[in-house]
Design a protein around this ligand. Structure first.
Ligand code: ATP
Ligand code: MG
Length: 784
């Protein structure tokens, strides 16, 4: 049931149509955000199928995420029906896995080769470093592994690197020669294990295609059409892969690619279509180079370039704001992006006193939009620069019962480092908590292997005691090597010191601080130059902030009380979101999407909140001193702003807390770039700024700003309980069957009650609003 091809052209503008109809040489579509690049790719594929210019098996489409791939396949299927199913639509990595599984024999690999994730790779590198007797201070395995990853992005194999390392400038020499040795050994170990790491997937495929012309020709014959979305974020290895697969000799006068040039002459080259936007290149830190798009025309002299200039996504106000921000980058091609969708509502600006108040503003606004404009939670996305920022938002959304999901990241309390830290606290609070104790026994690595652990466990079972108690008697455990005994003893002593600290009245924040210091957990993360570890440090800082807030709100609370609070929040994390599919179809209101700006690429939402617009948060603190990095942050801002279709909110917190220290941040320079007339500032200054500037500053405050001025109430009054919990005595005591009212959800019936006192959680059925699990302390619930 393939469609009439002409119908696929209906509604496209002339440039889009041209891109869909193009046949022959390479095609580059460069255009700003929301101009229909992805849509053109989808329609082009559908058109190729509908006109029978290509069979589904001849198409290879590459997208940036698996989710994007699934969406593209679905859309093509809607357009042309089931034949779309046998198309290859995938990420670079999954396409390579498919090729490698088929061609494993050529490479001498088992077809069942394993793929090492980053944790596996690090484990392997740690082993290699030990074998080579490398000083871990001088050559941390993490640093080695991230350098190797960068080499693989550049397709530099161990032999090539070793040859270059010898001739490098003096000085860098020693590190590089160690790196060369480690790289070679690491790669040999991967081979022995029949394993490939993540970066190998692409490098190995490129090498395969280059070394075996017959294999390359097979794929070139097969994939007559290669299409790549988000081309601006390809790195060198991916660039070469595309070149090899498309079988198009690049660079005039350049080296013919991998001997395929001869065979390529025997049949017409495939068609290559790439789409991208240099202004949205945000992965330079992973080796993506804008060069790939900027010089596409130079690389492929017979390429055709098509510009798309009409934006179909956003209102003029949103577009003007985004253009104002991106136009400050130098060395970019000016684009004329326009829309005929009208000015739209003004962009709303908000300056909060701190991150909690910012989160509350977001939640209240989502709720207000629901009442006044019928905006559903699923229409809304909230963006932030760093993963750790989701915590303050998540807490407020949980408190008010707005369903949400965190996309492309793990929910805060499920993140590995947060779980590790909490496991320490639990093992301190409860010496017999074996699960948590064993979780952290060798975290961070302290040479306590599985065998030692098993011996202690066997001893514990024989003596009928907990694992923790057995640790205290480690000298009696039979069979343990002296080294293991020393290590276990040191661990047991550390834990008992930490318990003493907690027992002598140190608050949870102080205990957590000591844990992170004494274990070396923090030091290890800080020493790493892996950006993921930097994010982990931020998350731990957030957890520390949670503990500090807890101490402030509950001066009497001890470690156990704190852990109770944490488990409650962690439990409420499990509120099924609409797409968790617990079987019962609800009226699908969708859920609010929380995500980092990097994850938001390619997506669109009717309502977007861009939070944390502070210099030092976004742009990120690490970028402030570096022009190239600042330019990348600016592109990231452009990506964020252009996700919005109708409504855009920009907010910042005057004070944000990290490591228990409230830090004041100035407004983001990106806010300053927004044209004044586009923004409706709901609140312009934090109450602090008003105080500092003295009476009379900022007309909105009438010159008599009291200390700690509260947030101005929203027009229809505050919807949710305040950010601070109500006093313990005020928590209503509820039983199953009780009738209650909630400020937002109205009348409800209690269907379950968990816990008691200040931490009581009630499950309440609000009829058409669904059943919510609410921490009563934070919820505006009144018993009837
Ligand atoms: P990004 O740079 O953010 O990836 P993009 O250029 O890929 O954006 P698309 O996502 O393809 O843009 O399109 C943006 C929105 O505009 C989508 O909702 C799409 O359906 C719509 N759109 C694109 N072209 C047209 C058109 N000719 N008529 C109507 N809507 C269109
Ligand atoms: Mg797109």
């Amino acid at each position: 049931s393939v469609r009439d091809p002409e119908s696929l052209l209906v509604g496209l503008n002339p440039q889009q149509r041209e891109a869909v109809l193009h046949a022959g040489g390479p095609l580059l579509i460069v255009a700003g955000a929301g101009s229909g690049k992805t849509r053109v790719l989808t329609h082009r594929i559908a058109y190729l199928l509908a006109t029978r210019r290509a069979r589904a098996g001849e198409i290879l489409a590459i997208t940036f995420t698996n989710k994007a791939a699934a969406e593209m396949r679905e859309r093509v299927e809607v357009l042309v029906g089931p034949p779309a199913r046998s198309m290859w639509v995938s990420t670079f990595h999954s396409a390579c896995v498919r090729i490698l599984r088929k061609e494993h024999k050529t490479l001498g690999l088992r077809s069942s080769f394993s793929i090492y994730d980053s944790a596996d790779s690090l484990k392997l590198m740690t082993m290699v470093a030990r074998e080579l007797d490398l000083d871990p201070k001088k050559y941390p395995p993490k640093v080695l592994i991230s350098k190797i990853s960068a080499l693989k992005d550049e397709l530099v194999d161990p032999e090539t690197f070793a040859r270059g390392a010898g001739t490098e400038a003096e000085g860098a020499g020693e590190f590089d020669s160690v790196l060369a040795q480690a790289y070679a050994r690491y790669q040999a170990r991967l081979q022995q294990a029949h394993a490939l790491d993540f970066d190998d997937l692409i490098m190995t495929t490129v090498h395969l295609l280059q070394a075996f012309p017959a294999v390359a020709e097979h794929y070139r014959r097969r994939f007559r059409h290669v299409l790549v979305d988000e081309y601006q974020d390809t790195n060198h290895a991916q660039y070469m892969l595309v070149r090899e697969l498309a079988g198009i000799a690049a660079r005039p006068g350049g080296v013919p690619d991998g001997g395929g040039a001869d065979s390529a002459a025997q049949f017409p080259p495939g068609e290559l279509t790439v789409v991208g936007d240099a202004d949205q290149s945000i992965y330079a830190f992973r080796g993506a180079t804008i060069r790939n798009i900027v010089e596409f025309e130079a690389d492929y002299p017979n390429a055709r370039t098509i510009l798309l200039e009409q934006n179909y996504r956003s209102t003029q106000n949103i577009l003007s704001a985004a253009n104002a921000v991106i136009s400050r980058n130098t060395g970019r091609k000016r684009k004329r992006l326009w829309t005929d969708s009208g000015a739209g509502p003004a962009i709303v600006g908000y300056v909060a006193d701190n991150e909690h108040e910012e989160a509350r503003f977001v939640a209240e606004e989502i709720d207000r939009l629901g009442d006044s404009d019928g905006v559903r939670p699923g229409d809304v996305a909230v963006f932030y620069r760093a993963n750790a920022q989701s915590r303050a938002l998540e807490e407020v959304l949980i408190r008010v019962g707005l369903p949400y999901k965190v996309v492309g990241g793990t929910r805060f309390y499920e993140r590995r480092e947060v779980k590790d830290a909490v496991a320490y606290l639990r093992a301190i609070a409860n010496p017999d908590d074996d699960v948590n104790l064993r979780r952290i026994l060798n975290v961070p690595k302290r040479g306590l292997g599985d065998r030692s652990e098993a011996m202690v466990q066997a001893f514990a079972e024989r003596e009928r005691m907990s694992f923790g108690a057995a640790l205290e008697r480690v000298e009696e455990v039979p069979g343990l090597a002296t080294r293991a005994i020393t290590g276990l003893r040191a661990f047991a002593t550390m834990m008992s010191d930490l318990r003493d600290l907690a027992a002598t009245g140190a608050g949870p924040a102080e205990v957590l601080g000591s844990v992170l210091d004494r274990t070396g957990y923090l030091a290890e993360l800080r020493a790493s130059d892996d950006p993921q570890d930097a994010a982990r440090v931020e998350n731990l800082s957030e957890l520390h902030a949670v503990a500090t807030e807890f101490e402030a709100s509950e001066p009497e609370g001890d470690l156990a009380d704190f852990l109770e609070r944490v488990s409650l929040v962690a439990d409420s994390d499990q509120i099924p979101s609409a797409d968790d599919g617990d079987g019962t179809p609800k009226v699908d209101q969708g859920v609010v999407t929380l995500m980092t700006l990097h994850t938001a690429k390619g997506l669109e939402f009717p309502v977007v909140f861009l939070t944390g617009l502070e210099d030092g948060t976004f742009p990120h603190i690490r970028s402030l001193a570096d022009d190239a990095q600042l330019a990348e942050e600016r592109r990231l801002a452009y990506v964020g702003l252009t996700r919005a279709r109708e409504r855009l909110y920009v907010s910042r917190a005057a004070v944000r807390t990290s490591w228990g220290m409230p830090n004041e941040f100035p407004a983001s320079r990106f806010l300053d770039d927004l044209p004044e007339e586009l923004v409706d500032w709901r609140r312009r200054e934090s109450s602090m700024a008003v105080l500092r500037a003295g009476a009379g500053y900022g007309s909105g405050y009438g010159g008599s700003a009291p200390k700690k001025r509260p947030v101005p109430p929203s027009p229809d009054g505050p919807k949710f309980g305040s950010a601070t919990p109500r006093p313990a005595g005020d928590v209503p005591s509820l039983a199953i069957g009780d009738k209650v009212t909630h400020d937002s959800y109205g009348l409800g019936t209690v269907v379950a009650v968990e816990g008691a006192g200040p931490n009581c959680v009630a499950k309440i059925d609000f009829g058409s609003d669904g059943t919510k699990r609410l921490l009563l302390r934070y919820s505006p619930v009144t018993k009837l």
